[in-house]
Design a protein around this ligand. Structure first.
Ligand SMILES: NC(=O)c1ccc[n+]([C@@H]2O[C@H](COP(=O)([O-])OP(=O)(O)OC[C@H]3O[C@@H](n4cnc5c(N)ncnc54)[C@H](OP(=O)(O)O)[C@@H]3O)[C@@H](O)[C@H]2O)c1
Length: 328
């Protein structure tokens, strides 16, 4: 079932999470240019994307090559389920799912409040699980594919980005396990591991261990669409560090033990700002999404592929020391 193209073929349908900007937007636009009908799931719409969250009717809004926006928060199961239902109501099928929505927190491990760590995993790992759970029954019908956007940090965990690296490593583990669970059902699963990429990701990053209202370089709450961080106080505004009061003075002063953290994070952010374009990553994602036999994991960016090979062949202690010299 689905909309027929002028050549009589059924139009394939993709969902891309985190399609409002950066890598997700590049993936959505690239898939749409390939003649695939794309629905972008994010809390805000990409500029120019028609919002079809509450529209009924089957015709693509904004033309065949324009990704359509569905308002969705991947941390909310009901929102994800409603998003998938909206896609089925409008397009009748799902063939490709790109799990890309994500963000990063940075700072020494011990300065992150529990709620910040939970949020990191809730978006980067839990968000993927929610989406996959909602789409798998439909991908079985179309013999479709899932591509998850992890990070090279999953293979080479970065100091002062431990929780982010761990969330992305968890995602790789999920992909490798799921791949073997569903391959016999005809569903393909793979993940793409980009290195530094020039996107809004750097400005959206939360910095742990800061006073209230200093979540990231773009100001508080960039990740949550301007709402103000974790919001464990339930109020949203200024919430990212509201709960830190409960952690006590000792934790709030922990920063003093990490004199190199600021410089390391600044270097990492500079590398991102000078990183590859989102289109380079999108090409790898689209390739994986359309491949009959996608590789389980594809590292994107020549230097990062070399690092990944070195990480496989050199002793872990050596690789870890080298990473410490780069970022520690
Ligand atoms: N940039 C890099 O250097 C880099 C490197 C390796 C891996 N990655 C990974 O690539 C992916 C895309 O990042 P990017 O660089 O394109 O960053 P970005 O420009 O900040 O885009 C992040 C996207 O995720 C969406 N998002 C965040 N939280 C969400 C939520 N709760 N529900 C729904 N959507 C949510 C955002 O949309 P809304 O705010 O509108 O919801 C946005 O569209 C992430 O998973 C990131 O970890 C990035």
């Amino acid at each position: 079932m689905g909309i027929r193209k002028t050549d009589g073929q059924t139009m394939r349908v993709a969902i891309v999470t985190g399609a409002s900007r950066g890598i997700g937007r590049a993936c959505a636009e690239m898939l749409a240019r390939r003649g695939i009908r794309v629905f972008g799931f994010s809390r805000t719409a990409a500029e120019g994307s028609p919002d079809v969250s509450n529209r009924t009717g089957r015709e693509p809004a904004g033309g065949m090559s324009q990704p359509e926006h569905i308002a969705c928060d991947v941390t909310d199961s009901d929102s994800v389920a409603a998003g998938v239902e909206a896609v089925l109501a409008r397009a009748g099928r799902v063939d490709i799912v790109v799990c890309n929505a994500g963000f990063g927190i940075a700072g020494p491990v011990e300065t992150a409040a529990e709620a910040e760590v939970q949020r990191q995993f809730d978006v980067n790992y839990g968000g993927v699980v929610r989406v996959i759970t909602a789409v798998l029954p439909h991908l079985r019908v179309t013999q479709g594919s899932i591509v998850c956007v992890s990070s090279v940090a999953a293979l080479l965990p970065v100091p002062y980005q431990a929780h982010y690296s761990a969330s992305k490593a968890a995602l790789c583990a999920l992909v490798l396990a799921l791949r073997n669970e569903v391959s016999a059902q005809g569903v393909r699963v793979s993940c793409v591991l980009p290195g530094d990429t020039r996107t809004g990701f750097t400005d959206a990053r939360w910095r742990t261990g800061r006073g209230a209202g200093a979540s990231g370089s773009a100001g508080a709450g960039a990740e949550s669409g301007g709402g103000g961080g974790v919001g464990v106080d339930g109020g949203g505004g200024g919430g990212a560090h509201g709960e830190r009061a409960g952690v006590g003075e000792a934790a709030n002063n922990a920063d003093a033990h990490y004199p190199r953290a600021e410089a390391a994070i600044a270097k990492m952010e500079q590398d991102e700002r000078r990183g590859m374009s989102a289109d380079v990553v999108a090409r790898a994602v689209v390739r994986a999404a359309l491949a009959r036999h996608p590789r389980p994991m594809r590292v994107v960016g020549a230097p990062y592929r070399l690092f990944a090979v070195l990480a496989r062949v050199l002793p872990t202690g050596v690789v870890n020391r080298l990473e410490g010299m780069l970022y520690g």
